[in-house]
Design a protein around this ligand. Structure first.
Ligand code: WTA
Length: 639
């Protein structure tokens, strides 16, 4: 039995859970009233399986709820305490954000952006990024933020899919002291996209850029524009954003989120999980390019009028103390980060955090990957000094907000290192077997969500059929998360990693199919298979197996470099495999499907299990030998 930690801040309102259990829709109906609506809804939930509409008929605006509602009481309160990687800093108050957002909304309107139009945003972690998102939301344009580490091909795919007329980018962004030339990446990405009307460029790094006929400087556009722009009264189900995420198919999926339900989910979970107070200084280290940044950097903190730190750069730049120095400088009270970051900090040793005053901290959180109990305990002792609850929050791009998490703002909880504890009220989660039967306690199965919830995706952009088949076809009436989990005797959930072909490398979602199709596009490659193997910092790292076309004789180092270059330019550096291994065949089923389960088992040093369905048993031996060799070389390197 694992150790337990009893910690509570909440008042244990068991009534609330009871209400949620007895009627989840009317429970969410109550929560939604905490937001500001232009007009009320006439139906809380319209559930036409598998499409949910929340708060039907209600009119709302995300930007209004993030900014306008705070102007009377918090105009001078900092919304963002921004730390540049190069130690520049900026403080942006709620009043200033309000002005900037309205101005940019007017700019977008003057450039012809209308309700429902898509705007692609490719910016580093600078205040202009949330400003751009809120400016879109204000006029009902759908923002689609692309993580600034993605390559031009990835951006092109996303722009082609969303058909954005406008791009907002920067000249460059800082990463580990270098300038990443973002504008150049965009220039390359949109070469053949003739539907793009304008590119707005923020001058961040002041690197030289080429201004094309479509390009306009943010600073020029913002000069003489009126600073007031009304917030559109949008349907609750109006799309707020598209966020592309990797799945099991070759192309990323455009997860589409709505407004009223999504904001209700965020408003509630931010209060329950972080117990947010007006005096808090919140710091979430996620990049806004991923869902955690959308939900818990941009929308949730602003809905609550919270003050938060946003940091531009790498967590260990210029040295391993950077994070703790930011925490100390801003007296951060709530810190939300990833297990990967924590594993890295832990490796640097205790002396570094111990030399900073972290006494302002009162609550800690993690997200994005399973957290190993020993890292959890380190976080608890070394960072939280045994006085801060740790909330291990499980959720996904598709769920919009937290689904499983301790909720210290709501109830007293007993924490178990490595468990996300229980689902939030109003969401029914279960662990089931292959055919949808609930499995007994302590049995590994698939995590499903049994009812619609307010933060859930509306659909996949332009692809209702794929939405239905990816999430709602494995089980009748259950949402399939793609994760393994088990529920223990206390009803606590333990998340056990992905059950599908999605990898989590340093918390980033990478689809093996996407990676493989990129590798196979190399002219000398016949077949490729990618899988994850455990890594003590990044959670998992990618290993790729490559079968060359018949008769190719080439230096493998050259080939490896060419493949890596291809991956970097087609997807981005985050998808670079740790090792590429050239083999003569891949283990396959009789019907010709690559047996990833097998690759994964070998990579994880597990028993290989039943291989009778393999087409050719010798490939297993070959792949096993490949892994042994790779593992040996990893061991040798780390010595
Ligand atoms: C994984 C990130 C274990 C999981 C918010 C999920 C987690 C995927 C946790 C979604 C956690 C997220 N414990 N695993 N606390 N949180 N995951 O879409 O596999 O980038 O399906 O959303 O991350 O990743 P995504």
């Amino acid at each position: 039995m694992s150790e337990t930690y009893y910690i509570g801040l909440g008042k244990n309102d068991s009534n609330l859970r009871k209400k949620a259990d007895s009627d989840f829709a009317s429970f969410w109906n109550e929560q939604a009233k905490k937001l500001t609506w232009f007009s009320p809804w006439h139906q809380t939930l319209e559930w036409k399986y598998p499409f949910a509409k929340w708060f039907v008929g209600g009119k709302i605006n995300a930007s209004y709820n993030a900014l306008d509602v705070h102007q009377k009481t918090r105009a001078n309160k900092p919304a963002i305490l921004w730390e540049g990687e190069n130690r520049e800093s900026r403080i942006i108050t709620y009043g200033e954000m309000f002005t900037q957002v309205q101005k940019l909304s007017n700019v977008l309107k003057s450039l012809g952006v209308q309700k429902g139009d898509r705007v692609t945003i490719y910016l580093p972690m600078i205040p202009e990024l949330p400003i751009a998102m809120l400016a879109c939301a204000r006029i009902g344009a759908i923002h689609t933020v692309v993580f600034s580490g993605f390559s031009s091909t990835s951006i092109r795919d996303r722009i082609m899919d969303s058909k954005s007329k406008i791009i907002i980018t920067a000249d460059g962004g800082y990463r580990r002291g270098n300038v990443v030339k973002l504008k150049e990446v965009i220039d390359d990405a949109i070469k053949d996209c003739d539907f793009i009307q304008h590119v707005i460029v923020v001058e961040r790094a002041k690197n030289a850029i080429t201004m094309n006929s479509t390009d306009k400087l943010w600073s020029d556009l913002m000069k003489d524009v009126p600073d007031s722009c009304y917030a559109e009264r949008l349907d609750s189900t109006h799309p707020l954003y598209i966020l592309y995420t990797s799945g099991t198919t070759g192309k990323p999926k455009g997860v589409l989120h709505g407004t009223g339900g999504y904001l209700t989910h965020l408003h509630s979970t931010f209060k329950w999980a972080f117990d947010i107070k007006d005096s808090d200084i919140f710091f979430c280290t996620a990049d806004i390019g991923w869902v955690t940044g959308h939900s818990y950097v941009v929308y949730a903190p602003l809905l609550h009028g919270a003050t938060q730190v946003i940091y531009e750069g790498a967590p260990d730049y210029p040295d391993a103390s950077r994070m703790w120095s930011i925490l100390q400088k801003h007296h951060v009270t709530i810190f939300y980060t990833t297990p990967t970051a924590l594993r890295m900090f832990m490796k640097f040793g205790d002396d570094i955090p111990n030399s900073f005053d972290l006494s302002s901290l009162r609550l800690l959180g993690t997200v994005g990957e399973p957290i190993n109990p020993e890292v959890w305990k380190w976080y608890f002792k070394t960072i939280g000094k045994e006085k801060c609850p740790i909330i291990d929050t499980w959720w996904q791009t598709e769920t919009g907000g937290m689904i499983i998490s301790p909720l210290p703002g709501l109830e007293t909880i007993r924490l178990k290192p490595g468990s996300g504890t229980r689902p939030i009220p109003g969401v029914d989660v279960a662990v089931v077997d292959d055919i949808g039967n609930i499995v007994p306690p302590n049995t590994k199965g698939y995590l499903v969500i049994k009812n619609p919830w307010p933060g859930m995706l509306l659909t996949l952009w332009n692809d209702d059929a794929k939405y239905s088949s990816v999430y709602w076809s494995k089980y009748k009436n259950f949402y399939y998360s793609g994760d393994y989990a088990l529920k223990d005797d206390d009803g606590y959930f333990w998340l056990l990693g992905r059950a599908d072909d999605v990898l989590k490398v340093a918390g980033h979602r990478i689809g093996t199919a996407e990676l493989e199709s990129c590798i196979v596009s190399h002219k000398d490659v016949a077949e490729a298979a990618a899988c994850g193997i455990p890594d003590d910092v990044k959670g998992e790292v990618i290993i790729a197996f490559v079968v060359l076309k018949h008769g190719i004789i080439k230096d493998v180092n050259i080939l490896e470099n060419e493949i890596v270059d291809k991956i970097r330019s087609n997807i981005g550096a985050i998808a670079t495999p740790k090792q590429i291994y050239f083999v003569s065949k891949l283990p396959k089923t009789r019907s010709g499907k690559i047996m990833r389960r097998l690759l994964k088992s070998i990579g994880n040093n597990e028993q290989i299990g039943d291989v009778t369905t393999l087409e050719d048993g010798t490939a297993v031996t070959e792949v096993k030998a490949a892994f042994d060799e790779i593992q040996k070389s990893i061991r040798d390197k780390s010595k």
